[in-house]
Design a protein around this ligand. Structure first.
Ligand code: ADP
Length: 614
């Protein structure tokens, strides 16, 4: 049993082909994790790096408390099950399962006990004397599982283990592996290209594409809150329907306009949409799952689409209706007006008929047309109106004094005030409001929608509050952005900053020194940092690098000279804006013209190939 951590893992082939980019994942002990994505997305490469069959180009792999980058595969205490079973054809099932234990010189009676126990779990006891060729594909895969089980590993790895089986057997083995996971209580990492396998087996799923992690989440959250169009289209069958659209804020909510129909996003959902997409012009992709678009006699909600049915698929309990809002393109499967609707039963529907479809407008999805990123967020950053007058701001239905850092910069007038969830917290004072909606995010985090005055804000806190409760919302002013007509007047204080430069070594008298050199300023680096740099190979001296530091880890004192640009008084917290040659950054505290970095915190990137070294 073990936790597995993948920290900023990269795989680069031949110094240029990046098969895996910045893979980050903390796998809990006993968790069932699935890597899913189309062929070539890097899922097997990642699994093979965990197994030790592939060298890790950058990043850290931890299994339990051990850094495993350079640990031999046989010493990682993992078992791997492959697609092609990898059984010895001339050995009996018994010997195949016992093979690994014999290699490890386990006593004979212990081997016998383990082999029989595993065979029992997998229901292959009666085949122990047979050779693999006398077994079906499913039985062979069970033998491969048996061989993995007897080694009692900390982590099981599966590389497309069911791909060679027919559909029926695959479904059965799926439940068997899930049951095995429950029984063995061990960490499972499972690779598949099949989203149904992923959705039915994983506690959490890692969706990958082109070497990049797209989203890591529970099956339910991936389905309900896909972060981009790729995930939205990849997860769920039948696939989500997509339509080109524009969005416009109206009195009652947000109007969605497509070529042949319009819908209204209800006010309760409209808060989740990015404000800058609601101008009626920016192109978005509307996504509707087949289950959220149902053929009806008459839409009660008024949210309806009229379309002509192209054909109908009867699947027993479910009927799929393929339709098109543009009659002239009825037979074009990929036209921008075609869609699929799912229904439990509606016998009147047949090809060639015009039908009314009702849409569940609370469940619509929207993506930026160009980037595919979602513009509808589970945890929204809301923008509200704020009126500044004489050092005070009126927003969220109340008036409060601005801290000096803001009152000196914000002239009287109206502002768009952007409030990310992390800028807000429940407090004893602040803006009075009422909890409207409670959404459990898991792991002790709860998302609250709070109504303050006429505005809604979102904040994350521990649980324990109910809808209808009166609360006060405190605002961390340093995390808020103030804009006028879209132009930033005062921005939030950045949490991190980057210095571009190189890593150099030189002789100072007899002493050898190591530094990061940024815009001609040399900052000496400590031993541990140098060790990590040397671990990445000699080429670190030749490359263009970027060094990223967390602002809250940089302190006054030390020996790095900086120029003070301005003092920022945020009331409870005081910050100073500093300059190190071309780079400015804000740190907490006041005074001093020297700072020190915490080099345990400094992250190093190879700017030439955009790869995090550590
Ligand atoms: P998946 O398992 O998702 O199908 P892989 O992890 O096998 O994908 O491969 C990811 C990418 O890395 C692919 O583009 C593949 O061509 C490339 N790749 C895999 N192995 C090598 C190799 N030995 N040399 C160069 N490129 C490789």
């Amino acid at each position: 049993m073990a936790k597995v951590s993948l920290k900023h893992i990269y795989k680069v082939y031949d110094g240029k082909v990046k098969a895996v980019n910045d893979f980050n994942l903390e796998i809990e002990d006993k968790e069932f994790i699935v890597f899913v994505g189309p062929s070539g997305c890097g899922k097997s490469t990642t699994l093979r790096m965990v197994a030790g069959l592939e060298e890790i180009s950058a990043g850290e792999l931890w299994i339990g408390d051990t850094l495993c980058n350079h640990v031999e595969p046989k010493n990682r205490n993992i078992s791997m099950v492959f697609q092609n079973y990898a059984l010895f054809p001339n050995m009996s099932v018994y010997d195949n399962i016992a093979f690994g234990l014999r290699m490890h010189k386990v006593p004979k009676n212990e081997i016998d006990e383990k082999v029989r126990a595993a065979a029992e779990i997998l229901g292959i006891t009666e085949y122990l004397d047979r050779k693999p060729k006398a077994l079906s594909g499913g039985q062979r895969q069970r033998v491969a599982l048996g061989r993995a089980i007897v080694r009692e590993p900390n982590v099981f790895l599966f590389d497309e283990p069911l791909s060679n089986l027919d559909a029926k057997l695959r479904a059965r083995m799926r439940t068997e592996i899930t049951r095995l996971h429950k029984r063995l209580q061990t960490t499972f990492i499972y690779v598949t290209h099949d989203q149904i396998e992923a959705m039915t087996m994983g506690d959490r799923i890692v969706v990958m594409k082109g070497g990049y992690v797209q989203q890591i989440d529970t099956p339910q959250n991936l389905f309900r809150w896909p972060e981009n169009k790729f995930v939205a289209g990849f997860i769920g069958t039948p696939q989500m329907n997509f339509f080109p659209a524009t969005l416009k804020r109206d009195k009652g909510g947000v109007t969605v306009t497509t070529k042949d129909f319009t819908l209204t996003v209800p006010a309760s959902e409209a808060y989740r949409l990015d404000e800058e997409y609601l101008d009626g012009e920016r192109k978005v992709t509307l996504g509707i799952r087949p289950d959220d678009i149902r053929p009806v006699a008459k839409a009660k909600s008024g949210a309806e689409i009229r379309a002509e049915v192209a054909f109908v698929e009867e699947l027993g309990t479910q009927i799929l209706v393929y339709a098109n809002t543009d009659k002239s393109r009825l037979m074009e499967e990929n036209s921008e007006t075609a869609f699929c609707a799912a229904t439990a039963g509606n016998p009147g529907i047949c090809a060639g008929k015009e039908v009314c479809f009702e849409v569940n407008t609370a469940k619509l999805h929207f993506f930026d047309e160009a980037t595919g990123q979602t513009v509808k967020h589970r945890i929204p950053t809301v923008t509200v109106k704020g009126a500044v007058k004489g050092g005070k701001i009126k927003m969220l239905g109340a008036e409060n004094a601005l801290p000096p850092a803001l009152s000196t910069k914000l002239e009287n007038g109206e502002y768009e005030v952007t409030l990310p969830a992390e800028a807000l917290a429940f407090g004893k004072s602040g803006y009075a409001g009422t909890v409207e909606e409670v959404d459990d995010l898991g792991k002790g985090r709860v998302l609250y929608r709070v109504c303050c005055g006429k505005d809604r804000v979102f904040l994350i806190a521990e649980g324990g509050r109910a809808a209808g409760e009166s609360v006060f919302v405190g605002v961390a002013a340093e995390k808020v952005t103030f804009k006028q007509s879209g132009e930033v007047i005062v921005g939030a204080i950045p949490a991190t900053f980057r210095l571009g430069g190189r890593y150099v070594r030189f002789k100072d008298g007899k002493q050898k020194k190591h530094c990061i050199e940024t815009d001609g300023v040399r900052i000496e680096t400590p031993l541990e940092f140098n060790r990590k740099m040397y671990d990445r190979g000699r080429s670190v001296f030749k490359r263009n690098l970027a060094f990223e530091a967390s602002a809250d880890k940089v302190k006054f004192g030390g020996d790095i000279p900086v120029t003070v640009e301005e003092a920022l008084d945020y009331g409870d917290k005081k910050y100073t804006r500093l300059r190190l040659n071309e780079t400015t950054f804000c740190i907490e505290g006041e005074g001093g013209t020297n700072v020190m970095f915490d080099f345990d915190d400094v992250k190093v990137y190879d700017s030439d190939i955009d790869m995090r070294l550590f």
